[in-house]
Design a protein around this ligand. Structure first.
Ligand SMILES: Nc1ncnc2c1ncn2[C@@H]1O[C@H](COP(=O)(O)OP(=O)(O)OP(=O)(O)O)[C@@H](O)[C@H]1O
Ligand SMILES: [Mg+2]
Length: 737
């Protein structure tokens, strides 16, 4: 068979990697140099040139979206889908193993996966039942501790004993947490990996089976594997199998979550006869974008060292925009998006990237106002929304009434007269009897242990869930019918109808969307390890959170954090909020090495852009409920100046790219000359953006923002002594200076 078509569209080095013998190899290369492309072609090559069955291949990607993309690209290349091949994230693959071998893994058949929100609730519950002071041991920190241990492959019993009371307390809580998870059949994300690793170590025949099956394992984004993931890879590959890993040390951005860059160095020691290949030609971005990325990352020490080059010409310089505040930044971005859209660029080819999820709100509001479709990755994701989680909790209870987490969530949602006191009694009883809250509720009803009203309320809840339990067991009901019944019988629609305004409406729409998503869920033969489609759907909702929204293929601007942008590319990219304290984040100043990780994150951001990159920052920003004035990020200064061009909406004022805070007079000119901002003039009181004003109490300040119309009109003034305040214009008695 002629297999040259697999190599045709590759450069020499990429070919070396793709057509290498069946051996261990490591491809180390910068962004956009074709690492992921090499993996796809390598898979095709193994199937065609070496006639390996897809069944004997496993590929690990970083997100579910990347896994789907990889499958699509293989199919495009070879004409048929790679059936039988395992492609997924570490979590997804571990989960698959555990569902298939739940008994060997020491799990309950209907074990449930917890997301971080469920995990936090569980920790809080445990701490409450132990009467532990959550100011001394903040529950979030407890979760953090537990997850960090799991990332390192440590169970509570493996955590070294310590004299320090804090560590001792943490270890103790970890023990109780493990026990609670075990009893309730709950697995957090870290547990999936840890358990899958243990499953292999403790079950030699099973391990042999998988080692014989997977002749070759492929890993993308290898630089971000943590200890337990790497250990699992090593076990799965064993002595017989081989592995291809591709990665870029300059894009290691998950150190804060336990990723170990040392895995790259250890790779050549742990695997035999590793062929190392470096790729240096970048096919993604223009020269200016690439030079900016190279210039920035040079400031990091301890790099494996590589320089990217491109044949694609210099392209447009990177545009730098100094927003007056976050509103202005968003307005500017929207302006550019509309220009590109009107010139014919698809909205899906545009991405807005930010450092932290909270930054998306202002951007989203602006997009909504302008009626531009957008899709948000991460943040408040579809399956994370309150109303969706409630409906899913009902479904979980219907499958397994002993799921305490689900029970706590919905036992009184909608309110049905089971108040905090009753729930407390249920909780206590469950603890004393060593049973689930469901069982405790049954006992209370059987023995009438509570006042009649409370008992009746609990009785009707039991009745409701038993009914749902029958529903989910009907073999001829589709998933969407099941969710329709759940929503109907639990009374979720009338509950949200009572909520005022748009919020309730949006929640009802989301519930309908859930029914739609359930209807569109396909349960393929690949999922044979699930005992029911509902269970497969519930797991997917946790693991796939946000990545598989119904509108995935609709044209929409893509919004995401820099962390979720890894591996992706877009013709037009906005890198926003590039300010000191935000990016690099304030936290990164405290821990050694973190600043370098932030710089790598910036490198990831810049290298997502193919044709055009905008970098924006705001001189004042309201975020996390307070106002701050940050200078432009040091990263901007590290970009070679010839790659940058400052955008001047404010034509008369010339401002070099500088790190200085602007003085007020220049600011005033700048604002008043700004085409964007001058559309906002207070109608009744004669105050304009950029005016110096005096307030009888707060003193002098500068008008920096404006909202609303008529009597509701408000201005934001940055007072010299009192900081920033929002004032209602009609009351504020401002005097323009
Ligand atoms: N030899 C080639 N000829 C043409 N285009 C190529 C070639 N190699 C890679 N590309 C294209 O360059 C872009 C970047 O490739 P790819 O995403 O595989 O890079 P990467 O190294 O995985 O990047 P990242 O580090 O960001 O994950 C893609 O659009 C890819 O199709
Ligand atoms: Mg890639």
């Amino acid at each position: 068979m002629d297999v040259s078509f697999i190599l045709d569209s590759l450069n020499d080095k990429q070919r070396d990697a793709v057509a290498a013998p069946l051996q261990n190899s490591l491809v180390l290369a910068g962004a956009g140099s074709g690492k992921t492309r090499v993996l796809v072609h390598r898979i095709a090559w193994l199937m065609h040139a070496y006639e390996l069955s897809p069944y004997s291949l496993m590929a690990v990607t970083f997100t579910n979206k990347a896994a789907r993309e990889m499958q699509g690209r293989i199919e495009e290349l070879v004409g048929v889908p790679p059936q039988g091949m395992w492609v997924g994230t570490f979590h997804g693959l571990a989960h698959r193993l555990l569902r298939a071998h739940w008994r060997d893994a020491g799990l309950k058949e209907n074990f449930q996966i917890m997301d971080s929100d469920d995990q936090l609730r569980l920790v809080k519950r445990i701490m409450k039942s132990m009467n532990i002071d959550d100011t001394r041991w903040p529950p979030k920190q407890v979760c953090w501790f537990i997850n960090a241990q799991k990332d390192e492959g440590r169970r509570a019993a493996h955590v070294p004993d310590s004299h320090d009371p804090f560590s001792k307390g943490m270890r103790e809580l970890y023990y109780h947490y493990e026990e609670a998870c075990e009893n309730a059949g709950l697995l957090d994300f870290g547990e999936l990996l840890l358990r899958a690793h243990e499953l292999m170590l403790t079950n030699p025949p099973l391990l042999r089976h998988y080692q014989e099956r997977f002749r070759h394992v492929l890993v993308d984004e290898f630089q971000d594997t943590n200890t337990i993931q790497y250990a699992w890879l090593r076990v799965m590959v064993g002595d017989q199998g081989t592995i291809t890993a591709v990665g870029d040390d300059d894009q290691s951005i998950y150190g804060w979550r336990g990723a170990k860059i040392e895995n790259i160095q250890n790779f050549t020691k742990h695997f035999k006869d590793v062929q190392t290949i470096r790729l240096e030609q970048n096919y993604r971005s223009t020269g200016h974008i690439l030079n900016a990325a190279n210039g920035l990352i040079k400031n990091n020490d301890d790099r494996l060292g590589k320089e990217l080059w491109t044949e694609s010409g210099e392209g447009d310089p990177i545009s730098l925009y100094a927003g007056f505040n976050e509103q202005d930044e968003a307005r500017f971005i929207l302006g550019i998006i509309k220009q590109w859209r009107d010139k014919g660029t698809s909205l899906s080819d545009m991405a807005i990237l930010y450092r932290s999820n909270a930054q998306s709100r202002v951007l989203e509001e602006c997009l909504v106002r302008e009626q531009i479709a957008y899709r948000i990755y991460g943040g408040h994701r579809f399956y994370d929304r309150l109303e969706i989680k409630n409906a899913l909790a009902y479904a979980r209870l219907a499958l397994d009434p002993n799921d305490d987490g689900a029970m706590e969530r919905v036992v009184n949602v909608p309110p049905r007269g089971i108040g905090e006191r009753s729930i407390g009694t249920l909780r206590e009883m469950a603890r004393d009897e060593g049973c689930s809250m469901w069982r405790a509720a049954q006992i209370i009803v059987e023995k009438s242990l509570m006042p009649a009203r409370a008992t009746n309320a609990i009785k009707s809840f039991l009745h409701l869930i038993e009914g749902l339990n029958t529903t989910v067991q009907q073999p001829d009901l589709n998933l969407n019918d099941i969710f329709e019944q759940i929503i109907e019988e639990a009374g979720l629609i009338p509950f949200h109808e009572k909520e005022k305004g748009e919020k309730g409406e949006a929640r009802i729409e989301n519930l309908k969307e859930l029914v739609g998503a359930a209807g569109g869920f396909s349960w393929s033969d690949e999922d044979e390890e699930f005992s029911s489609p509902l269970m497969a759907f519930l797991d997917k909702a946790v693991l796939d959170a946000g990545e598989a929204q119904a509108d995935e293929y609709q044209e929409a601007v893509q919004l995401m954090t820099l962390h979720s942008a890894k591996g992706l590319e877009f013709p037009l990219v906005f890198l926003t909020g590039v300010e000191e304290n935000l990016f690099p984040s304030k936290m990164s100043f405290e821990e050694p090495g973190r600043l370098e990780e932030e710089r790598r994150l910036c490198y990831v951001g810049i290298t997502r852009a193919m044709e055009k990159l905008y970098i924006t920052y705001a001189e004042s920003r309201r975020l996390f409920g307070s106002e701050s004035f940050n200078s432009p990020s040091r990263f901007i200064k590290e970009i070679p100046v010839e790659c940058l061009e400052e955008v001047r909406l404010r034509s008369q004022v010339s401002r070099p790219v500088s790190m200085q805070r602007p003085d007020y007079q220049t600011e005033k000119n700048r604002l008043q000359n700004s085409t964007v901002l001058n559309n906002f003039k207070a109608p009744e009181v004669n105050v304009s953006m950029g005016d110096r004003v005096r307030h009888p109490v707060f003193g002098e300040g500068l008008v920096i923002n404006y909202e609303g119309q008529g009597p509701q009109a408000r201005v934001q003034v940055n007072f010299d002594d009192e900081g920033s305040k929002w004032l209602v214009l009609s009351f504020a008695k401002l005097e323009v200076l």
